[in-house]
Design a protein around this ligand. Structure first.
Ligand code: SAM
Length: 228
């Protein structure tokens, strides 16, 4: 498989999250086409699918991803800085023993651990277990190596226009608050009846039901781009 053979898609999806927001892309694309933001901020980055996809389509100048989970940050640091990471992912054989081996050793390679746990774990949750033992096909389907390889190569190619901040999203929003910028705010879900969601954090660090605060970004041109 060569890089040229890969499918070009309009979205860069590396991490999967329950309730993924890729379906919002067409609407957000029309927004940024009217007024191109200088900096597009994802204060709760996770997979940052929206920001990465807009950058990939050259609809924003720069992307700032803010993430406070060090495991997710480890993945993004490798993806942005290590030219060999995409190949490491391409050559990984997604068999049950290999997945279990990576999942048992976060200390060996935290970036790979995060990717494997997110894609092959229950509901994409890093703290949850792996997919059901009987679901071998499901496990392989989650490791869409062609798309992953292409997306990782693209992220690395765009890395000069991406800033990763390991910290609190709201603090960064306050700092970058400007009419020239735009943000997509997708905080963790506080509650949901599905088994995956009941393991998600229910409250923000200050005890608020949503780990977000709209008053942090009054100057943004699109306050409506707050999900949930
Ligand atoms: C719902 S996910 C975001 C999914 C993302 N929009 C996507 O499409 O992949 C929320 C993410 O925000 C992170 N997070 C939670 N609280 C945060 C905070 N205060 N600052 C920065 N990131 C935070 C979580 O670790 C998680 O990765």
């Amino acid at each position: 498989m060569t890089f040229r053979d890969l499918t070009r898609t309009d979205r860069l999806v590396i991490l999967r999250y329950p309730g993924g927001k890729a379906w919002l892309l067409p609407m957000l694309r029309s927004f940024v086409r009217v007024e191109r933001p200088k900096i597009f901020i994802e204060p709760y980055a996770g997979g940052a699918t929206i920001g990465l996809s807009l950058l990939h389509q050259d609809l924003v100048d720069e992307l700032v991803m803010v993430e406070r989970d060090p495991r997710v940050c480890a993945l993004w640091r490798r993806a942005l800085q290590d030219p060999a990471f995409a190949d490491e992912v391409r050559t990984f054989r997604c068999s049950r023993p290999n997945v279990e081996d990576v999942a048992a050793h976060p200390e060996r390679d935290l970036a790979m651990w995060t990717l494997v746990k997110n894609r092959c774990g229950f509901g994409g949750m890093l703290d949850a277990g792996l997919l059901n033992k009987r679901d071998e096909r499901g496990l392989k389907n989650r490791w869409n190596v062609t798309n992953l390889y292409y997306a990782l190569r693209q992220v690395r190619a765009l890395s000069g226009r991406i800033t990763l901040i390991e910290g609190d999203g709201i603090q960064s929003l306050r700092k970058l608050n400007s009419v020239a910028n735009a943000a997509f705010i997708d905080p963790p879900y506080p509650c949901n009846d599905s088994p995956a969601m009941t393991r998600a954090p229910q409250k923000g660090p200050r005890g608020q039901p949503w780990d977000t605060d709209r008053s942090a970004c009054p100057g943004f041109r699109c306050p409506g781009m707050v999900d949930q």
